[in-house]
Structure formats: C-alpha cells, structure tokens
Design a protein around this ligand. Structure first.
Ligand code: IPT
Length: 385
C-alpha cells in the first residue's frame, strides 16, 4: 500500500481536499481502534501494526491536500446496526454498546490525527434525542471547525448531500436550505420521502441553514465505489467527468469523486490516467481567462481591450458575506449591441456559463434581484477550444 500514490493522484486531479473512508458499513476499521478487534490490527498486514488512517493523513499533508475522514454512524454490520443508526432487531443493551463504541471511535479519529477539514456522516447521524450517540458534543469539543457532511445540524460548517451520486446539482442551487440529513429523521421521516422534496438538492434561498451542496460520485459507473478485478472499462470517460464538473462545481456545489484502491493497495493505473487527464482538462479550460474583474453593486462590467472571442463566463460571489444574488442577467457587447447570453437565479460560490462563441468587447453582469449589495469576487470570460 502506498497512500502517497493515492494523494499524488488526487493532486493531479486538482483536488483541494480528500476524505478517507475510515470505516464503511461493514464496521471494519482501517486504524487500530481500541473499540473492538475488527480492524487492521487483526490482519497480517504489517503484522497488525499498520494504520491506514495515519498514513493517509501524513500523505495529505505531504501533498498539500486538506484531510477529511468518513465515519458513518448510521450503519455498521459488525454491530448489526442499520439506517438510521439503530441496532436491529432493537435491543437496549446492544444499542448502548454500539453508542459507546461510536463515541470511542470518533474520539480516536478526531483526537489522534490532527485537524480535519471535512467529516463525512453518510446518511446523517441519529441525534441523542432519538437514541443515537452524542456525536455533536464530541464534535464541538474536538473538531468544531470541520465541515460536516450531513452532520449534526448545530454545527457551523455544514455541507449537504445533493441528492444523487451522479455528480449533478440542480440549477438554481442555493447554499442555504431548511433540510439536512440530521433533521430528516426527526422532521420528515424516511429519506425516501425527502428524495421527493426538491429542496433537498436545490436548497432554498430563504432557508435557515447555511449548508452548501456536495455532489459525490464514484469514478466508475454505474455506482461502482469499490474496486473489482477486470473492471477498468467501467471508468467514467474524462469528457463525462468534465461534464460533471460543469454540473456541480459550475452550479455552486463541491464535487467529490470516489477513488477505488486495488488489491495492490494502489489507485489502479487506468484510474491514475483518468484522474490526471481530468485535472489537466480542467486546468486547460479554466486556468487562463481572456479577462477577469471583480466588483460590487447591481452592474459589474468586464471590458476587453479589443474584440475578443469568448464562450464561457465564470461568476463567483464573495460568499464569506453570504449568498446575495437572487436573479441575474449576463449580456455581451457584440458589434456595438448588447446581446442577452443567459438569465439565471443562483450564483453563490461559482456559476459556470457555457455559450456559443461570440466576439465581444464587453460582458455585463446585471443583478436584477438581491437581498443585499451584490459582492462579485470574480467575473471572468474564457475561450475554451
Ligand atoms: C446515501 C445516503 O442514504 C444519503 O444520506 C447520502 O449519505 C448518500 O448516500 C451519499 O452518497 S445512500 C446511497 C446508496 C445513495
């Protein structure tokens, strides 16, 4: 196993953060936990002395990638726990034992490996009021700054599931919402019902919780999160990953791509090629703009020194000050005439607009509706060939 190779590959893909699945639904733990024996400790690998979590975190630091850990509390085969984090068939003592094991394990993961950028609660985490472990107190104590995917709703940096594993966010897509997974079980019942609720993916501009979207998808399809021999042909073609980038990052949503590890403990060669080509393609498209500006107010204009061919516009709001835009218009000045390119609603962290090539001398962003003074961190035009 070589976690450096994993992180080198993530870096080549352009990743800013990486999340290791420290324990998936089986319960098998990739670090030598004190909670039970179902872990790397009981394997012949490195004579039971290995620690994949530790290696992963060190490699993240080596490659300048922010580390995150996935630890689901909602399912654990070893304890016969299934969604939403309940021992089945239910037994009070068994549930207590499970809750204690969770507390022990999260304490290990959140104490022994330094500051975590993101913590992933697959399927949310059952709150103590409903018989779950007190994850939120431990988080507030040990990793209060972490971005929590479907985390306890009291956390200050939440990120929500976009509602599918296809790398697609809706448009518009708002950073605020009323619904995150932790509230799902309390307020709405089963997750299936929530799937029907458009707010889950798109958010709500008037929502009470700041929880932008994260679109997770595997790098093999359909839905292949795990490695199996002879399945290289299932890799998403790079063009399709690029399309997912437009549909997620380009729609105010983080993109999280699964990375399988093979029986050598490495990212398979074909996947290294895929991730590297993907990173190169994104750089090729978006590294060099024709022109870029920033500004504030209802109208921000991007002026070219001479008529310039463009076919992409990227907008970003200064989201540290909130997501303020509610509707906007983009126009280009072509042969002395303003031509409407697109009308839209949400911008947020980033909105990427693709358009037919025009030769423009200026691009104008007009904010038609906003809840406060629009702060435009970036307005940039590109010509992607
Ligand atoms: C699904 C969980 O139920 C959901 O809450 C979220 O965590 C999602 O995974 C992340 O991909 S289950 C999956 C089979 C859609």
């Amino acid at each position: 196993m070589d976690t450096d190779q994993w992180l080198r590959t993530a870096k080549a893909a352009g990743a800013a953060y990486a999340v290791l699945v420290a324990k998936h639904c089986s319960g098998f733990s990739l670090w030598p936990t004190e909670a039970h024996d179902y872990s790397v400790k009981s394997t012949p690998w490195r004579d039971g002395q290995g620690d994949i979590v530790g290696d992963f975190i060190s490699s993240c630091h080596r490659y300048g990638i922010r580390p995150g850990l996935y630890y689901s509390t909602s399912a654990n085969g070893y304890f016969q726990v299934d969604n939403p984090g309940v021992v089945k068939p239910y037994d009070v003592k068994a549930q207590e034992r499970y809750n204690e094991a969770v507390m022990q394990q999260i304490t290990e993961l959140w104490t022994n490996y330094g500051e975590l950028f993101e913590i992933w609660f697959d399927g949310g985490t059952l709150p103590p009021e409903q018989g779950g472990p007190d994850v939120r107190s431990r988080l507030l104590e040990l990793q209060p700054q972490a971005v929590c995917f479907q985390g306890p709703k009291e956390m200050s940096s939440l990120i929500r599931w976009i509602g599918n594993e296809d790398g697609v966010a809706p448009n518009p897509c708002w950073s605020t919402t009323d619904i995150i997974s932790n509230t799902i079980h309390t307020e709405l019942g089963a997750e299936e019902e929530v799937g029907e609720c458009p707010q889950y993916g798109a958010g709500n501009p008037n929502g009470s919780v700041w929880a932008p979207g994260e679109a997770d998808m595997p790098n093999r399809k359909p839905n292949q999160w795990f490695w199996m021999e002879g399945e290289d042909q299932l890799l998403y073609p790079v063009e399709e990953l690029v399309e997912c980038y437009y549909n997620s990052v380009g729609s105010n949503t983080n993109l999280l791509i699964g990375m399988v590890i093979d029986n050598r403990g490495l990212v398979p060669d074909a996947d290294v090629e895929q991730f590297t080509a993907f990173g190169q393609e994104i750089t090729r498209r978006f590294d060099t703009s024709q022109e870029v500006t920033s500004g504030e107010g209802e109208v921000v204009e991007l002026i070219f020194p001479s008529p310039t061919e463009i076919n992409h516009i990227v907008m970003m709001e200064q989201i540290a000050e909130g997501e303020r835009i509610r509707s906007y218009r983009l126009e280009a000045l072509v042969n002395g005439q303003w031509k409407l390119i697109v009308q839209g609603q949400s911008v947020g962290h980033k909105r990427i607009v693709r358009m037919e090539t025009v030769e423009a001398t200026s691009v104008r962003l007009t904010v038609d509706e906003a809840v406060a003074m629009p702060l435009i961190r970036k307005l940039a035009a590109f010509h992607v060939l």
